[in-house]
Design a protein around this ligand. Structure first.
Ligand SMILES: [Zn+2]
Ligand SMILES: [Zn+2]
Length: 58
């Protein structure tokens, strides 16, 4: 089994990241059809970003 990088990196929007990396999601769309979630995030911004891990290094 291959370990796909499905985890959203810190500071990224899970949805945008997933859509950018998982081509299957957009493959369902028709040629001229917009991806509503993507359009929504582009217009309104991303409602949630994966929080960056606090660095505890000293
Ligand atoms: Zn999308
Ligand atoms: Zn987003």
């Amino acid at each position: 089994m291959s370990v796909a990088a499905t985890q959203t990196p810190p500071g990224q929007c899970p949805q945008c990241w997933e859509h950018a990396h998982n081509k299957r999601i957009h493959r369902k769309l028709k040629p001229r059809e917009d991806c509503k979630p993507c359009v929504d995030h582009m217009r309104n911004g991303c409602p949630y970003l994966v929080p960056k891990k606090p660095s505890r290094r000293r």
